[in-house]
Design a protein around this ligand. Sequence first.
Ligand SMILES: Cc1cc2nc3c(=O)[nH]c(=O)nc-3n(C[C@H](O)[C@H](O)[C@H](O)COP(=O)(O)OP(=O)(O)OC[C@H]3O[C@@H](n4cnc5c(N)ncnc54)[C@H](O)[C@@H]3O)c2cc1C
Length: 384
Amino acid sequence: MRSRHAGAGSRWWCSNGDRAVGASVRNFGHGFIAAMADGEGLECALEARERWLELGRRAGIEVLECGSVIVARHEDELEVMAGAGRDERRGARVITRAEVAEPAPIPIDGVVGALHARREIRVDPRRAVAGLASLLEHDPGARVLWNAHVHAAEPGRVDADDVAVRAPLAIFCPGPDYRALPAELRPRRAALTLCRLQMLRVAGPGGRRYTPALLTGLSLLRYPAFTAQRGSERVRARIAEERPELVAAGIHLIVAQLPGGDPIVGDTHEYADTVSRFRDERLDRLVLAEATALLGVERLDVREHWQGVYPSMPGDPFLVAEPLAGVWVVEVVSGVGMTAALGLAPRAFDQMVDRATGARRGAPVPALAGAPPLSVEARADCGS
Ligand SMILES: Cc1cc2nc3c(=O)[nH]c(=O)nc-3n(C[C@H](O)[C@H](O)[C@H](O)COP(=O)(O)OP(=O)(O)OC[C@H]3O[C@@H](n4cnc5c(N)ncnc54)[C@H](O)[C@@H]3O)c2cc1C
């Protein structure tokens, strides 16, 4: 085994594949800023938005300032949307039924209004992650190792397949593979589990362009910015009564068009410690039925099906822990990594450096502030 020293200022980045194929390339690429909870979540999302725009310029990644339109089909949904829109940082406002057609070319039969969130961004996830990796590969201060499974760590040292790197700070971001980490690093929390989602890519119907991401009232059941609002329980109860099959399958509709014109359509949510490898065709049909109704088309031709998995925990969307001195585990434990991870990363990193040097700089990340130095997990559950 080669032993390497990560010299001052240098960074090593190891991935166990020969390219990224995890949640980061299987998602909608949608930065859903308006959906984030007040506090750290929203602040990270706003910061991440700026980082995506900056990194997009540097890496040649198209970052679309596309916005999103969440269509309301019932008055009770408008009340929840208006509540979320009250915080101006979300950049979202309720628009009338007549105004919907301007950002979103969809039929308005049965639509009573919408939330138009103008700060949302979107990338093509398959290109964006490859672009970020390439930016890193061209960074003279960085070493990028593909096909390097990291299997052990101790303070000051990380062991990957055929290389050992000595470095004062190591950060593990294993995504859904957190249970394959060495035992001493594995986050153990009763409520931590996996979420499996079914996704589709369909042919763009009739060459139409949908600039904003398109969503429906189902989003109001899933995201903290909405579930925290007055009236959200009423919306949940009504939708559960009217559409129990959607609620049971955790179906939530997003239509996000790729630059080439094919919309990505999803999704479903199944929670389990060991998620199924088998895609349920019935769930795809439910998602497609919601999408065709929203777009007002007779059918959608499916080009690709896939599933994605992310770690999930109720409450706080971020898990940040220092199980060994200078060895950290950082996970986004909710379906908001594209939205918020680029905001979490620099904040968490500053805190790690401060912890290591004993210094303090700026406002602490709440997750880390006050955490005991060598705790296995530095965060408390906050409930959903
Ligand atoms: C279907 C789907 C749709 C989503 N839609 C959105 C969305 O529109 N907006 C949004 O904000 N978020 C969305 N998310 C969530 C978002 O994609 C994730 O939060 C984010 O991609 C997580 O990034 P990650 O790097 O932690 O995990 P991943 O992208 O899964 O990457 C983890 C990587 O770690 C590597 N790895 C694991 N263990 C080791 C090891 N021991 N050694 C070396 N390498 C290792 C894996 O090979 C993998 O490449 C979605 C997620 C899914 C699954």
